[in-house]
Design a protein around this ligand. Structure first.
Ligand code: CA
Length: 189
């Protein structure tokens, strides 16, 4: 990238006399603008939090907030109106098209069983759960659900985008950000 040195250009214009001050000012402004344009766009942050519409479903598993942290592990935390018996699914996309490559399914409210499976076109294609380091918990005190997924579970994928589905035992699900839609891509920090 071109490094602009204002003092050198200024000296040259004074000694040479061919570049008047207004012209020099214009040149500096143009170069500064060009240098900004050359700076690469910053990668998306490795942690993002998104609000989901409140009250779009009538049960306590109504998703209010989704926080996605993509660093050593992918950690997804959701906050609900009231954690109650039900299920949650985190769909993880690592490549555009063909839907999510992975899903994390878990029970809420009773035990803490969970499984990570491979997906294609929104269908499970694994014979069984993947054997890789992961963790899961939920809290009735903070009304949160948390999944922690190692990079091994995601075959080392760097950037991910996430879709969440939460439902209680017998009422329709709340999808965040929407039915089979994903939050923006989040780069590995
Ligand atoms: Ca909601």
């Amino acid at each position: 990238m071109y490094v602009f040195q204002p003092s050198r250009s200024g000296r040259r214009s004074r000694s040479g006399g061919y570049l008047r001050r207004p012209a020099l000012k214009l040149l500096v402004t143009a170069m500064f603008a060009a240098s900004i344009a050359l700076v690469p766009t910053a990668a998306p942050a490795d942690t993002r939090a998104f609000d989901d519409r409140q009250g779009d479903v009538r049960h306590g598993m109504d998703i209010h907030k989704v926080r996605i942290h993509n660093e050593q592990r992918l950690v997804i935390t959701t906050r609900h109106r009231r954690v109650q018996p039900g299920q949650i699914a985190f769909y993880i996309d690592t490549r555009p098209a063909t839907g999510p490559e992975y899903a994390f399914f878990a029970g809420v409210g009773f035990g803490t069983d969970w499984a990570i499976v491979r997906m294609r076109n929104w269908r499970v294609v694994s014979d069984g759960p993947r054997h890789c380091p992961s963790d899961y918990s939920f809290s009735r005190r903070t009304d949160t659900v948390r999944a922690s997924i190692s990079r091994a579970c995601l075959d080392g994928a760097d950037r991910v985008r996430v879709s969440v589905k939460a439902n209680d035992q017998d009422r329709g699900p709340d999808w965040a950000p929407g039915y089979r839609r994903f939050f923006p891509w989040i780069a590995h920090g």
